[in-house]
Design a binder for this molecule. Structure first.
Ligand SMILES: CC(C)(COP(=O)(O)OP(=O)(O)OC[C@H]1O[C@@H](n2cnc3c(N)ncnc32)[C@H](O)[C@@H]1OP(=O)(O)O)[C@@H](O)C(=O)NCCC(=O)NCCS
Length: 330
């Protein structure tokens, strides 16, 4: 039972400096700007430098979100980070961000849900805020997929970029219109082998052989993921709208995970929503996994597309398989 409403206080984002475009990738594998643009909608992406890790990007995005809000550092009660490319297997990236922000004596943990990590983390934060346990939860989505990319595989290496986005999920005042209306998350572990990183965990620890065979990089059956993505994002958006007695036409902005422009267009078509109500920035960032939705939302707020009071619908899918949606009045 919800005692309080939760709301998005603010968003922030951060992308590393280095920008790599399709023409740069033409020099790496047998591909073309034309193929990448028409099959994915991507043109540029940001890459981290060798000395940058997930917590560095996450901390910058967090500072951006905190300083865009009226929430003070000392008022943050919990840090949740959605990531599959954390600094280390342990400790969690959330704990490293906590140290970097100088926040003491609060809990911090990571959520592993592939590209759905940010939405899963919002679901966790929302529940803590609604049940009264926490007042302000810092939620971050960050991934550095370029550090687990197989640079000889043209099927995957052109798709990924690095980035982080953050939001603060806060208790909403009684008369505030801004609130998270609902969130819905799902998974299907039976399809986990369509998208995974084989080595480096307890199933297949690192060895010379795993490195030689490129088993520490992303394995993806792109075509099957493509079909699943459209089906699952439609299913969760449809479910969350239906159970809140709303229709897609009631939504001001759809902010989907940015994995492929064709997936986003197919989703919009199934929802009968025109593309001018869908936030797309895939051409500038590629797929930053857990970073895509908060980066796109932050940009849309800063460019004054999304305004206070707008109904927003966030939707994602990813490794697991996982998927989900968040419906909110911003
Ligand atoms: C990966 C993806 C872009 C591939 O697009 P696609 O239209 O499905 O393409 P296919 O995999 O059917 O491949 C078509 C052809 O293009 C080729 N191709 C693949 N990558 C290429 C590249 N970078 N440049 C040029 N050709 C490429 C393939 O080898 C294949 O050639 P073939 O017909 O001679 O065998 C698409 O499947 C996709 O976006 N999938 C979902 C990815 C995703 O969401 N991942 C993250 C989940 S969070």
């Amino acid at each position: 039972m919800a005692l309080y409403n939760a709301k998005f206080s603010s968003f922030g984002s951060f992308a590393p400096k280095k920008v790599v475009n399709n023409f740069d990738l033409e020099k790496l594998v047998e591909t073309s700007d034309e193929w990448i643009r028409t099959r994915t909608g991507m043109f540029e992406r940001h890459y981290t430098s060798p000395d940058e890790a997930a917590s560095d990007l996450a901390t910058q995005a967090a500072i951006h979100a905190i300083e865009s809000s009226s929430v003070k550092y000392k008022d943050i009660d919990l840090i949740v980070v959605g990531t599959v490319t954390g600094d280390h297997a342990f400790p969690s990236t959330a704990c490293i961000v906590q140290k970097k922000l100088g926040l003491k004596d609060i809990p911090a943990f990571d959520v592993s849900a592939g590209c759905s990590g940010f939405l899963y983390s919002i679901d966790v934060a929302r529940n803590y805020v609604e049940n009264g346990t926490m007042k302000n939860v810092l939620v971050i989505g960050v991934d550095i997929l370029t550090k687990i990319t197989n640079w000889t595989d043209r099927n995957t290496c052109v798709l990924f970029g690095d980035g982080a986005g953050a939001t603060i999920v806060s208790r909403a005042g009684k008369n505030e219109i801004s609130h998270i209306i609902d969130s819905a998350i799902f998974s299907d572990g039976s399809q986990g082998d369509l998208l995974y990183q084989a080595a480096g965990g307890s199933r297949m620890p690192a060895s010379h052989e795993t490195v030689d065979k490129n088993l520490h990089t992303v394995y993806m059956e792109g075509n099957k993921i493509f079909k699943n993505a459209i089906r699952s994002m439609f299913a969760s958006t449809d479910e969350i709208l239906r159970r809140n007695k709303m229709e897609a036409k009631d939504v001001d902005w759809i902010i989907p995970h940015q994995a492929n422009l064709r997936i986003i267009e197919a989703l919009a078509e199934k929802l009968h929503v025109p593309m001018n109500k869908v936030i797309v920035n895939i051409e500038k960032y590629g797929n930053t996994s857990s970073g895509t939705i908060p980066i796109a939302t932050d940009e849309a707020i800063r460019t004054k597309k999304i305004r206070r009071g707008d109904i927003i619908l966030l939707t994602a899918f990813g490794a697991g398989l996982t998927w989900g949606s968040v419906l909110a009045r911003y």
